[in-house]
Design a protein around this ligand. Structure first.
Ligand code: VG1
Ligand code: CO
Length: 543
């Protein structure tokens, strides 16, 4: 085989964000852009000589080209074995599972997740470690350092590889195993959930709609819901993954999955609805005329997980990202288990799961998962809800109301201001940051501030410290305002405002969250000035 060593120069801006490196696809298509970053991954993890990696992506535009490049670079860097999904496809949860199942040295996932795809949209790449989880900051920092000093990359010169046939092939001394992307993952789900009980539910006429949003979960969802669980054919819509996701924005939330929302709120709408994102790690859960906020979903799952065979022994602990509502904390307290609070991004849950401190984790951004893998897992969450419905015989709406009656309700909403001018966003963020120390005791638009700080995380397992993880303003009436800058956007800056208000009065548990949170929304405007300072009339996305 012929290996060439190509001279190259560092390319600015290859710093991984909340979840890998995400840029416009055209940026990734520039000469050496992908190659530099892949070589930096290899060098940043101490080389890949003799190692085994998993490789796959969500099928977005450029996935196929990038898979070829990465395979040829892995061969030139003397990797021993690459396990790759057929046609270069793997959902993020399936990739995490394969890394663990085959005990590989890690994996490379090609996705910009919930960001739109296509030549004019976004592409991304991230490295997952041997535990199956997104690389922790120590590794992403090492990769970034390599991008800043890189002088060469290695690539095998050869023709295109056929990714369509399942089986093994070799390039030089490196073995490539092309595997079915769905089967192992679907098998894992069968070990965790009560498939016979869910099958009975469907056989009795339970109606579900799953919107795969033309992204990676279509084939997984069709196999699991329709083939293995007997849901009616056509339950899964937008089933075929497309390079541009059919022009859709594959983010499962009420804004981008509005067609599904509309259907579930019809008088004769289905009993249950769900959607997933570009790479399959997010989920939105809906009942007939009921929307489950991700923070509530986490809490309900924590309270009911023992319904599912894989969790019948109980949860060792739970964890949530800082901006996620405290609803799950109240369940943890009742169960007598620990609840951990980590920064935004799934990579922070890995240590807690590896150390068996947390078995269930969640983020307000439609991410939920457990220690069955080390990524959030959209279909897992949907199956958990189906299992809970089958076990309790209750509707989603009834499960939610009962939960709030028992634990109280944490009204919650996130307001996103997207593509804000970067300097203006940084100025607004810094202005609040500068005021934090003096806020305690102040009255802001009628609310009294109890404490305010910038979140930092001291990892209890490895002692690592992560600073600058979002601004928190906590009020005396069990309310909270959080402000963060997104680390996944690719255009300007995205400011995320997180609002939370706890309500214990049993007669006030079914309000519209935007109304229940109105005083907080007003206080946030006074503090941050989205309208007054940034000229934004309303948020771009409300979840
Ligand atoms: C967002 C979410 C965060 C999530 C991340 C990756 O990050 O807020 O909770 O972990 O996306 O999800 P940010 O930095 O933009 O707020 V995915 O499904 O895009 O990998
Ligand atoms: Co995702």
């Amino acid at each position: 085989m012929s290996i060439s060593i190509e001279p190259t120069l560092p390319i600015a801006g290859q710093k991984p964000g909340t979840s890998g490196l995400r840029k416009k696809t055209r940026v990734f298509m520039k000469p050496a852009y992908l190659e530099n970053f892949v070589q930096a991954i290899f060098d940043g993890i101490g080389g890949v000589k003799g190692k085994t990696l998993v490789l796959g992506g969500d099928g977005r535009f450029y996935n196929d080209v990038a898979v070829q490049t990465i395979l040829r670079m892995a061969a030139a860097n003397e990797a021993a074995h690459i396990i790759v999904g057929q046609n270069g496809l793997l959902s993020t949860p399936a990739a995490s599972h394969l890394i663990r199942q085959h005990q590989t040295d890690g994996g490379i996932i090609l996705s910009a997740s919930h960001n739109p795809g296509g030549i004019e949209e976004d592409f991304g790449i991230k490295f997952n470690a041997a535990n199956g989880g997104p690389a922790p900051e120590a590794i992403t920092d090492a990769i970034y350092a390599q991008t800043q000093s890189i002088s060469r990359y290695k690539i095998w010169q050869g023709g295109a590889l056929d990714m369509s046939q399942i089986g093994d092939t070799d390039i030089g001394d490196m073995r490539i195993s092309i595997v079915d992307p769905v089967t192992d993952y679907a098998d894992l789900m069968e070990t965790l959930f009560d498939f016979p009980a869910i099958r009975v539910l469907f056989s009795e006429g339970f109606r579900m709609r799953f919107d795969a949003m033309c992204a990676i979960t279509g084939p997984y969802a069709a196999e699991i819901f329709e083939n293995r669980l007997g849901a009616a054919k056509g339950t899964v819509e937008n089933e075929t993954p497309l390079p541009d996701f059919g022009g859709m924005h594959p983010d499962p939330n009420p804004t981008w999955a509005h067609a599904l929302m509309d259907e579930l709120f019809l008088d004769d709408g289905p009993d249950f609805g769900a959607a997933s994102d570009g790479d399959g790690d997010r989920n939105m859960v809906l009942g007939h005329q009921a929307y489950v906020s991700p923070s509530d979903s986490l809490a309900v799952i924590a309270a009911n997980a023992t319904c599912a065979p894989g969790y019948k022994a109980g949860l060792s602990g739970v964890a949530r990202s800082m901006p996620t509502s405290a609803a799950v904390d109240h369940v943890a307290q009742a169960l007598g288990i620990n609840s951990y609070e980590v920064p935004t991004g799934w990579k922070f849950f890995g240590n807690l799961m590896d150390d068996n401190r947390a078995a269930l984790c969640g983020e307000e951004s439609f991410g939920t998962g457990s220690n069955h893998i080390r990524e959030k897992d959209g279909l897992w969450a949907v199956l958990m809800w189906l299992n809970i419905i089958a076990a309790t015989g209750q509707s989603v709406k009834d499960i939610l109301s009962a939960h709030w009656q028992t634990y109280g309700r944490n009204y919650y909403s996130r307001h996103d201001y997207e593509a804000v001018d970067t300097d203006a966003a940084e100025t607004a963020y810094q202005a609040l940051r500068d005021r934090l120390d003096g806020l305690a005791g102040q009255n802001i638009a009628g609310l009294t501030v109890k404490s305010a700080d910038e979140f930092r995380y001291d990892d209890p397992v490895d002692g690592s410290v992560s600073t600058g993880q979002g601004l928190r303003v906590i009020c005396t009436n069990d309310a909270r305002i959080v402000l963060r800058m997104s680390g996944t956007g690719t255009t300007g800056a995205t400011l995320r405002l997180y609002l939370e208000q706890r309500e214990m009065d049993p007669d006030k548990l079914s309000q519209d969250p935007q109304i229940a949170l109105a005083p907080l929304i007003a206080a946030a405007e006074t503090l941050i000035g989205f309208h007054a300072q940034l000229g934004r009339v309303k948020p771009d996305v409300i979840t």
